[in-house]
Design a protein around this ligand. Structure first.
Ligand SMILES: [Zn+2]
Length: 328
């Protein structure tokens, strides 16, 4: 019988180098797992590539590891990495056909890995972060909900009629693209994007698919198109901005477990009575986000908002049809 007990590191804020991130088991500090799978590091030559953490410290992809017991590493993380590696080898079609719950776990593990790194640092009394996520009760509530569903990595779990996240899977036109790998994440708004060759996956991690539905029209319009990198950047700006104004936290409930059960069943609830699902759209804030994403093309906010009610778009024409972009 599988172990159906969930681990809750948030109860005692058990973020240390000597507790497995996934099951909580006591371990020594040499038991660690990479946040970014080894195949990913090999394939995209990331080992010595630097990345910036929230506290502005610099690490490398190969140094970014999380405490993980041998059992979780070999039974849950490595098999998942192997499956994603295989799917990714088949390009866009492979990713599109890949099991969504597993894709959620894979992206969730990388997101949570960077979060855990942050929380372990904040637990160090000598570190005085400017903004400590561990001191924000609302954020902690979100992370806690998220970790509950992420544990489907270890504990067999069926989500009754939902997926905890939204996915946007895009294809970049290989003729216009020179970037083999890229990743971006926002710890507080819980959004993550990763580029594997010509495939870009953007994921908002804890919205029960609401953002995917909200941006459904955009997905429809761009479906089957190979996008110019600047169009991908705009698409990401829209997803990241939607995550930024997303205003509710799904709650998850475990159905009572019977002795013969071999998995958990989770139900979910979103309280949209006391809270609006989205905060109001603010054009300036969106333009800001877009400017940030369009940095490689040096397009400034003033240009984005030249027509104040119709912000600059590389994806859509004025009549909301797909815009062809050959050259920028
Ligand atoms: Zn473990």
């Amino acid at each position: 019988m599988p172990d159906l007990n969930l681990y809750d590191p948030f109860e005692k804020m058990q973020f240390t180098d000597t507790n497995c991130f996934l099951c909580g088991t006591n371990i020594t500090s040499e038991h660690r797992a990479p946040v970014f799978g080894e195949w990913l590091q090999r394939k995209y030559n990331l080992q010595n590539k630097e990345l910036l953490l929230l506290d502005k410290s610099v690490t490398t992809f190969s140094q970014l590891t999380i405490p993980c017991c041998d059992h979780c590493h070999t039974h849950y993380l490595l098999p998942l990495e192997a499956e994603v590696e295989q799917a990714a080898a088949a390009g866009l079609a492979g990713i599109q056909a890949f099991d969504r719950q597993k894709l959620f776990q894979w992206i969730g593990k990388m997101y949570y890995g960077t979060l855990v790194t942050e929380l372990i640092k904040e637990a160090n009394p000598l570190v005085m972060p400017e903004y400590a996520v561990s001191e924000d009760p609302k954020m902690l509530g979100k992370f806690r909900s998220f970790f509950q569903v992420l544990q489907s990595l270890r504990v067999p779990m069926v989500f009754s009629d939902f997926l905890p996240c939204s996915f946007f899977i895009l294809e970049v036109n290989p003729q216009q693209d020179e970037l083999p790998f890229e990743y971006q994440d926002e710890l507080t708004t819980m959004v993550f994007s990763i580029k594997l060759g010509s495939v870009v996956i953007a994921c908002t991690l804890l919205d029960n698919g609401i953002i995917e539905r909200a941006l459904g029209k955009l997905t429809q319009i761009t479906k089957g198109q190979q996008l110019h990198p600047i169009q991908v950047a705009e698409f990401k700006a829209r997803v990241f901005y939607a995550a930024y104004i997303f205003n509710v936290v799904p709650e998850y409930f475990i159905r009572p477990v019977k002795p013969e059960d071999d998995h958990l069943v989770l139900d979910t609830l979103i309280d949209d009575v006391t809270n609006e699902i989205f905060n109001p759209w603010d054009m300036t804030a969106y333009a800001h986000m877009l400017e940030e994403m369009l940095k490689p093309w040096s397009i400034r906010e003033t240009e984005i908002l030249k027509v104040p009610k119709q912000p600059l778009s590389f994806l859509l024409t004025e009549d909301n049809t797909f815009k062809q972009v050959e050259k920028v």
